[in-house]
Design a protein around this ligand. Sequence first.
Ligand SMILES: [Fe+2]
Length: 717
Amino acid sequence: MASPLIGYSDRISARGGETISFKISSTSSTPYRATLVHIVRGDPNPAGPAPLLEEKADVFDGRFPSRVQHAWPGSYAIVEGAREARLPHALFVEALVWPTLPDDGPQTVVSRRDAATGGGFALVLTPEGMAFETGAERIVVGRGLRNRAWYRVWASADPETGMMRVGQQPLNRAFAVDDEGEAQAVAGASLTLCTPAPVMVGAEAAGDRPARRCFNGKIEAPRIEGFAAWDFTRRMDTMEIEDTGPNRLHGQLVNLPTRAMKGAAWTGAERDWKKAPHHYGAIHFHDDDLHDCGWQDDFSFTVPADLKSGVYGMQLTCGPHRDVIPFFVRPETGKPTARVCYLAATFTYQVYTNFSRGMFDDAFRKRVADWKAYPHNPDDHKDYGLSTYNHHRDGSGVSYSSRLRPLLTWRPDFLSFNDAAGSGLRHLPADTHLTGWLDRMGIPFDVVTDHDLHEEGVGLLSAYNVVLTGSHPEYHTEETLNALQAYTETGGRLVYLGGNGFYWRVALNEAVPGAIEVRRTEGGIRTWAAEPGEYYHAFDGAYGGLWRRSDRPPNLLCGIGFSSQGTFVGDSYRRTPASRSGDHAWIFEGVKDELFGGYGFSGGGAAGFELDRLDHRLGSPLNAVVVASSEGHDRRNFVVVHEERLGFTTTITGETLEQLIRADMTYVARPAGGAVFSVGSITYCGSLPFNDGDNDVSRLTFNVVNRFGELGLKWPF
Ligand SMILES: [Fe+2]
């Protein structure tokens, strides 16, 4: 279901002088309006501070003609260079396939076909087995293929004799299954095998869209005898496929099929594709993959040099329809405009984007309507692609996420949960609890995104007295972790205001713009599990999964690491005796209660949903001091993370499961005046705006930011 008014931009952050292009689809017959807004607060909960999107019509305001633009999911390879190439007189085409939805409708393995005439040919997987099609001729083996089994499949055709053959042979036979076979027939009419069209692998040409009959499953080593042979072990970290044949008919992958997938030759002896590339010659295609929607630009916005760094959006309105496309404005290079830097967790936003949770029921829809929250939920819009928290339609996990498509969850007023005790915000909207609070407290800040930090390194942060994270900085590359580590080792002060941070490893790739890769490998709280032997990223060859499995637990950076996950419910923190010591009492100056934080707009409490704790064995520095710990968590609603568990009741640390369900609010002094303050809870930021910001969580956070930032501010209440 297409949304009536929606769009995306070519970039998510920009500096003064840089231009952002917007790509919009509007089903209206009248023009839409586009206005710049400054996103201060997004939460539409009527019980809290009202949302605040300050219109900046003086900076950008325009009307643009409506037009509809489509998203076309489904991955495949296309070899444009084959358009003019001559086929040999007779055709022989073959490939290895590992189908994942063999009982679905026709799915094309290799084709070169004119969509209008049907001329050319296609080797097609069908529920009745492999089929060969050319013009109006069609033959089929008549025996289905098994799910998730390797087959050699082939077809041949000879225009001279009219003979056509198609066949399938399992590489490993299954007892009592009859799935091998060949069919042959003599064509009734003369065969037109050679047609001036590109070769496609995993799909075929369509008249009304880029491709049709997209394949679900793996394809390896497709070849057309005397014409081309594609070797998917080559150019692995790109979206190109290499033809090793004499015509050098190299191709392009479209819509991010998954590379570095184990192929028919995999034995389990080697798990790293870099060391045994020929065991990783398969590409996994899905008919719901989506990379760059490829929409045309509708207008662009050049950021004025004097626009204050912050969270902005392009607000679109047309009749009853509205959309806001957020982006981040950065300060000029080397010219910070504040002492405080807010690091927007854009890797995490992107990894989660368009997460279809299957929760958008009638009660949830009613709340969205009552609160006038963002109306479009990924449960209704699979056409804009999935998140890496989802499974593909064939049951395999989604490894890639692109930002070059409408990002439904990345909206200031998007509700992730129908939260009985709060607003149910996650990610960008949840982080406006923090930005709105900074605004309320009169704390000026600049913004830097994960993507910027990955690109430019610690130099982006070094001028700031303090760097703040949002509620959930979960995903990081080696580059962003290195930058943050270097910042805290050279006098920088980091305030980690979330939970389950710095947990998964992700990869970017310059050859694949706008995409991010994650492999949900051997451990961790996951929504799917990578297949054995598929733990190394295609994008950078690194061992994917938890940073903990690559010897960089989050504890090394921020003193604490993920320990427990529960429902989206928040509880309180209790001060520790250490919080009263001379070194740390300043953190709690003005904090009224011993047990504090049992309120807020995320799950109704500051300590909830995902909790981190101190663990010296995992690298928490020896000088880390826990100044408060959370309590009150209902064991029935929380589990200890898998990576801490050994058996039914046993844990790696030897503590009880109950003992590991807690958030440790932790202070770590670092060299050269640096420091790290961590709260270890996803719901923490939701408490900041409670009671207009006059509460203990707010006071404590104010004390830390004020001191770390050397701001010299007075508590405003
Ligand atoms: Fe997460």
